[in-house]
Design a protein around this ligand. Structure first.
Ligand code: SAM
Length: 250
């Protein structure tokens, strides 16, 4: 058993019913390639290993590598940070790609963005994340949880909050409750300069209580070209309206 390292987000899930339910949430078939982020001691891997012939385990903690290799001899263990991993190299470019993991919470957003930015490389992602972040991913306009993460996630994928998990299910117990989400990344990205789209979303939400005409004043050069109602606030716009806005601002 690994002595948990807080700086690596190591909260090990001990509830076998929950582990099984997470594994069952992945809609991959036996021949598909599955990446697991942060297998740790292999609690979730135990449920994935019998199901998938092409399983890749990405773990940063050197202490776990030998154990994982021994316990899961047919899986490919990568001693690497998920943030440095090149998806093309990790997998063998054969079957459809899936990704799953009880994420290390200190890097939830960078992992989400890395998966969303990969342009439909994955058919599905199943992640356990903080409940509060999960609620933001699926939030609708005009709610408190709706923000940058909601808009970007919903523009690049179809997110679903599958179920919540109590903090009591972990060892050591984290300070937050968790939730399992499924993301179905879209094959096509929105037809717009993506970096600029992100700038528009970020700028609009930086002053979410202000009208867009004020919040985006630094980006607007010609009001007549803009078909989105600029008297609205960022939190009132549907995700798709940000694409229209970015196109007309460019
Ligand atoms: N899968 C195990 C479970 O369900 O009990 C462990 C989950 S624990 C919340 C997160 C895991 O991610 C830990 O094993 C940790 O070492 C690993 N991890 C942390 N940072 C990582 C990174 N940058 N890249 C890959 N794995 C990482």
């Amino acid at each position: 058993m690994l002595k948990p390292k807080k700086n690596l987000g190591q909260h090990f899930l001990r509830d076998h019913q929950v582990l099984h339910k997470i594994a069952l949430s992945l809609r991959a078939s036996e021949e598909d390639e599955v990446i697991e982020i942060g297998p740790g001691e292999g609690a979730l891997t135990d449920y994935l290993y019998p199901e998938y012939r092409h399983l890749h385990l990405l773990e940063i903690d050197r202490r776990a590598i030998g154990f994982l290799n021994k316990r899961f001899p047919n899986a490919t263990v990568h001693h690497s940070s998920v943030l440095d991993a090149d998806w093309e190299i990790v997998t063998e470019a054969k079957g459809n790609k899936y990704i799953i993991g009880n994420l290390p919470y200190y890097i939830t957003s960078p992992i989400l963005f890395k998966v969303l930015d990969s342009g439909g490389f994955f058919e599905q992602a199943v992640f356990m994340i903080q409940k509060e972040v999960a609620e933001r991913l699926v939030a609708k306009p005009r709610t408190k949880a709706y923000g940058i993460l909601s808009v970007q996630t919903q523009l690049f994928s179809e997110p679903e909050l599958l179920f919540t998990v109590s903090r009591e299910a972990f060892q050591p117990r984290p300070n937050v409750d968790s939730a399992v989400v499924s993301l179905l990344p879209f094959k096509e990205k929105p037809d717009v300069d993506i970096a600029f789209l992100k700038t528009v979303i970020r700028t609009a939400f930086n002053q979410r209580r202000k009208k867009l005409s004020n919040a985006l004043s630094g980006l607007i050069t010609d009001h007549s070209r803009i078909s989105v109602d600029l008297s609205k606030r960022a939190e009132e716009l549907e995700p798709g309206e940000f694409v229209i806005l970015a196109r007309s601002l460019k």
